[in-house]
Write a protein that binds this ligand. Structure first.
Ligand code: AHR
Length: 517
């Protein structure tokens, strides 16, 4: 290993340093071997009728004192626009399999009130329905992923909802949409046929659901050219039987199979772990749990590669993220939790895994967009705060529709706790749509800064510039009274002398840089 000296100038307060570079991790990116496209829909969001995810989080109604655009809170819309959200999944989740789409159309004061039996047993007044959802995605510049009701609905209802949304004829259903104020059909990017059929969607066996999928999908029709991608409800964790059964037995249109995985620090649904105030052992356990997504994707890809060698099917991780114990004093059915630097590290590490599997993982939705689980945004009446996870989505925008680049890490570091160890660094590289080579690095170790040497085959790298997220404590987070405890800082580094570029990563940090020649 050559001895190298480097100087990294970080505009976030890291001092200019000179170190001896011995056995440091060295990442070599091959920019001459482009891989799969990192589909922008990997950066999708999920908004369910759950807690304050929609009501208050996004929708406050036109008469609200909270500043709004036609009922949608202006601050949230602007923040979502800024991170270029490509896709939003709605209305659930478990809620989807009880949702009656007709409840949410027509004059708001005539819409029925129901009870949201899954989430808190609260009254759902259906003020936010189909028209409001499409207005939301239009306002933020995203596409729509609508999840149909297979659990308690029937094929006719599902088919008519699809017709209502996409139809161009003079049928009664399409005329009804027009009467409700929308002439043009909407575009649906993805349509889900049920949700978690193995659980809240009906506790089914894969073979039974595969039959139901064929049954329902037979009647799902749209005008030619406006077909959504159809999503079958798939499995979870190491159970690949859903992927196997569906990829073998579905005979109707199916573009992808969904998969859900939540990161629980303890892995125990009865006591998941706290969102703040946790020990390092929980930081470590959370990262160990979250990195299991790689194993799950690999297992399912193996099945798909056997049953679908032409790679027609996508593997859609359409629910993922951290899930902690409910915050004290909050309705446990609302799934509201704080979001810390640990969540930022989780999000970035997941993205790096998704990029690696971009040949199959074409779409994912973090759970959820506002006020629920690993949210981008938290609100409290008129107040709004952006979470560390939001800032990771912001940094990673450059990877939307980028082309993955292969890389190798020599001398990989590890992060150890007791007799267990995790990779010290998680990485990903890609050529962005603007032609630049981008590198993301995550330092998983909460105690140890790391220096990483970077080489790019096909590019004489002289400098890097981008943004970095870090903080002094593992559970640093933004609050309504202190909203900027964690914000991205500018990061610049340049090659010193004749050696490779070296990037200094503070402990527990996320970095995205453009590599420059
Ligand atoms: O995201 C919260 C819930 O988690 C969803 O409604 C369900 O699909 C999953 O179990």
């Amino acid at each position: 290993m050559k001895l190298k000296r480097y100087l990294a100038t970080l505009a976030i307060g890291l001092s200019t340093t000179t170190v001896i570079a011995q056995d440091i991790p060295r990442i070599t990116i091959d920019s001459t071997q482009p891989g799969a496209t990192i589909h922008r829909d990997i950066y999708g969001q999920f908004a369910e009728h759950l807690g304050r995810g929609i009501y208050e989080g996004v929708w406050v109604g036109k008469d609200s004192e909270i500043e709004n655009i036609n009922g949608f809170r202006t601050d949230v819309i602007e923040a979502l626009r800024d991170i270029n959200v490509p896709l939003v999944r709605w209305p659930g989740g478990c809620f989807a399999d009880e949702y009656r789409w007709r409840d949410g159309i027509g004059p708001r004061d005539q819409r029925p009130v129901r009870v949201n039996t899954h989430w808190g047993g609260v009254e759902e007044d259906n003020a936010f329905g189909t028209h409001e959802f499409f207005e939301l995605v239009e306002l933020i510049g995203a596409e729509a992923y609508v999840n149909g009701n297979l659990g308690t609905g029937n094929p006719r209802e599902m088919a008519e909802w699809l017709e209502y949304m996409t139809g161009t004829s003079n049928s009664e259903v399409v005329e009804e949409r027009r009467k409700n104020g929308r002439d043009e059909p909407w575009k649906i990017a993805y349509f889900g046929v049920g949700n978690e059929a193995w659980g809240c969607g009906g506790h089914m066996r894969p073979a039974y659901y595969a039959d139901l999928y064929n049954h329902f999908a037979t009647f799902l029709k749209t005008p030619r050219g406006s077909e959504p991608k159809y999503v079958a409800s798939g499995g979870h964790t190491t159970d690949t039987s859903w992927t196997d059964t569906l990829s073998k037995n579905v005979q109707r249109q199916m573009d992808g199979i969904s998969f859900h995985y939540y990161t629980l620090p303890t892995g125990d649904w009865d006591d998941k772990g706290e969102s703040t105030g946790f020990a390092e052992s929980e930081w470590f356990a959370t990262l160990r749990q979250t990195l299991r997504i790689d194993e799950f994707i690999r297992l399912n890809k193996k099945v798909l590669d056997k049953n679908d060698p032409e790679k027609k099917l996508g593997f859609y991780v359409d629910e993922w993220g951290t899930w902690y114990n409910p915050e004290e004093g909050r309705d446990p059915g609302f799934l509201y939790q704080q979001n810390t630097l640990r969540d930022a590290v989780v999000a970035a590490s997941n993205f790096n895994v998704f990029h690696e599997h971009a040949d199959r993982v074409h779409m994912t939705n973090i759970a959820q967009m506002v006020n629920v689980l690993q949210a981008m945004i938290l609100t409290d009446k008129e107040k709004m705060v952006l979470t560390p996870t939001y800032h990771v989505y912001d940094l990673y925008q450059v990877f939307q529709d980028a082309t993955a680049l292969p890389f190798e890490i020599e001398n990989p570091s590890s992060y150890r706790m007791g007799d267990q160890s995790l990779p010290g660094i998680s990485a990903s590289a890609a050529r962005g749509k603007d032609g630049q080579v981008y590198l993301s690095l995550v330092n998983l170790d909460p105690n140890r800064p790391q220096t990483v040497a970077v080489d790019v085959k096909g590019l004489e790298v002289t400098a890097a510039s981008g943004r970095l997220i870090t903080a002094s404590t593992m559970d640093a987070h933004n609050t309504f009274s202190a909203p900027e405890q964690i914000v991205p800082g500018k990061y610049n580094a340049e090659v010193q002398g004749s050696g490779a570029l070296q990037l200094e990563m503070p402990a527990k940090s996320v970095l995205v840089v453009a590599l420059k020649d």
